[in-house]
Design a protein around this ligand. Structure first.
Ligand code: PLP
Length: 451
């Protein structure tokens, strides 16, 4: 690993470069502080480790242009929302057409029957509901699981992220689930109804499910929000067997692992979730979440006792399944998330994986490269992490920030959270070359600063 002194020196220089080369973003940042908390309309926009935010002028395909007219090869792609490229033509066309014919009506549009069939065909689950995003879809899936099992507890894996779902903001502490550090304004102990075990720890999972008190396990097929942690061989088969044995609903969150192939990891690996959740890129980046479930679950939901005349489920939001989102979803499923698009993404991602590995080998850096389809991750640990604890131990936030800043100053955007690189159907070979060359140059400069 590189010494802190060298990393700090590179960061300081790159901060100055950023400040000098982004005058339009600097001006917009100054103006924006007056009316936006922290200068941004959404707090995650401050998470890039930049002296001030990068303001976007436009984004198309795999290229983003900032307010200064500078161009970037975008490997962040809106942290997955634009995984199939910015403004894919079929989505833009569908939005323009639907935009002139109604945006929202709280009634089903004519196309929902076809969209339901397309979701069922793609993911192999018969019954679907729409939300405004993956957070909402996860929240609803958990609520249904509690309702049909009559149990209050859920189980997640250490290091997980499933969106703004209060009871998943936990980590594994000395005595089990603990609230994550820094949570704001929680009116109750978020860990009160949540059990946490390490990913890939089947013994701990079996013990946690054994008393039959867990309504649902909520998990990603591969953990993508703590670096990229892959399941060990046999993990998913055992997870399925254990959840079935204990009457626990298995919810698989494919929001990020939709990168694995046209039906996510579920279709690629033959997983058998009771509920599948997806969001972000599913409607080309338009706000839309989906969750699908089995006939058995549908029947159990229908068998729930009616709540009476003033019944109130507490589920749903007004704009869910709005006409515009459904139009985007239909275009995405039929014209954007095609086998050909995935073939391109996978080939590019494989090429990036190989390029990164070759670079690490040449520099004798004992780091790791992991991949799930079109999602590639560079990790700073000596071995691939197997769980949240190992993954946290391999993080190097200062080095990460220095590298990201260096790349950004040279026209390459990485997701600000760890080293995730996403390949879209629009990502060209030359963008890969530029990423690899910029990373090589950054590591070369760090070497010089060390010597
Ligand atoms: C695996 C996973 N599920 C769900 C979500 C929530 O998505 P959204 O913020 O779009 O609701 C995220 C967000 O990063 C995620 O990574």
């Amino acid at each position: 690993m590189y010494p802190a002194r060298a990393i700090a020196a590179l960061t300081a220089r790159e901060v100055r470069t950023y400040q000098q080369s982004h005058p339009a973003s600097a001006r917009l940042a100054q103006l924006s502080t007056r009316h936006w908390q922290g200068g941004v309309p959404f707090q995650w926009m401050r998470d890039w480790g930049l002296p001030f935010p990068l303001f976007v002028r436009s984004a198309r395909g795999a290229t983003l242009i900032d307010a200064d007219g500078r161009s970037y090869d975008d490997f962040c792609l809106g942290d997955t929302g634009a995984m199939f490229g910015h403004s894919p033509e079929p989505i833009a066309r569908a939005l323009a057409a639907q935009g002139a014919q109604g945006l929202t009506a709280m009634l089903p549009g004519e196309r929902v029957a076809a969209v339901g069939a397309a979701l069922a065909a793609r993911f192999g689950l018969p019954c679907w509901q729409l939300t405004l995003g993956a957070s909402d879809a996860n929240r609803e899936a958990l609520r249904w699981a509690r309702a049909i099992t009559g149990r209050s507890e859920i189980l997640v894996f250490n290091g997980c992220y499933h969106g703004a779902v209060d009871e998943t903001h936990v980590r594994l502490g000395e005595r089990g689930a603990q609230p994550r550090a820094g949570l704001r304004g929680m009116p109750f102990e978020v860990s009160a109804h949540t059990r946490v075990v390490e990913f890939n720890d089947l013994a701990a999972l079996a013990a946690a499910l054994a008393d039959g008190g867990v309504a649902a396990v909520l998990c990603e097929p591969a953990m993508t929000n703590m670096g990229l942690v892959l399941p060990e061989s046999g993990f998913h088969a055992q997870l399925r067997q254990l959840t079935r044995r204990h009457g626990t609903v298995l919810i698989i969150d494919e929001t990020h692992t939709l990168s694995a192939g046209p039906g996510g990891c579920t279709r690629r690996d033959g997983l058998e979730p009771d509920v599948l959740v997806c969001g972000k890129a599913i409607a080309g980046g338009m706000p839309c979440g989906v969750y699908g479930y089995t006939e058995e679950l549908r029947a159990r939901i229908e068998a729930l006792p009616p709540g009476g005349a003033d019944a109130h489920s507490g589920l749903g939001t007004t704009l869910s399944a709005n006409l515009l989102a459904v139009a985007a979803l239909e275009a995405s499923l039929s014209e954007v998330m095609t086998d050909a698009a995935y073939a391109h993404m996978e080939a590019r991602a494989l090429r990036l994986e190989q390029g990164l590995r070759a670079q690490l080998e040449r520099r004798a850096l004992p780091w790791t490269v992991q991949r799930v389809g079109a999602r590639v991750e560079l990790g700073f640990g000596a071995k691939p992490a197997r769980n949240g604890r190992e993954s946290a131990a391999a993080m190097a936030p200062e080095l990460e920030r220095a590298l990201h800043l260096y790349l950004l100053n040279r026209g390459v955007l990485l997701t600000p959270f760890h080293n995730m690189m996403l390949l879209s159907p629009e990502t060209g070979e030359s963008a890969l070359e530029r990423l690899l060359a910029a990373l090589d140059a950054a590591l070369g400069e760090l070497d010089e600063l060390v010597s």
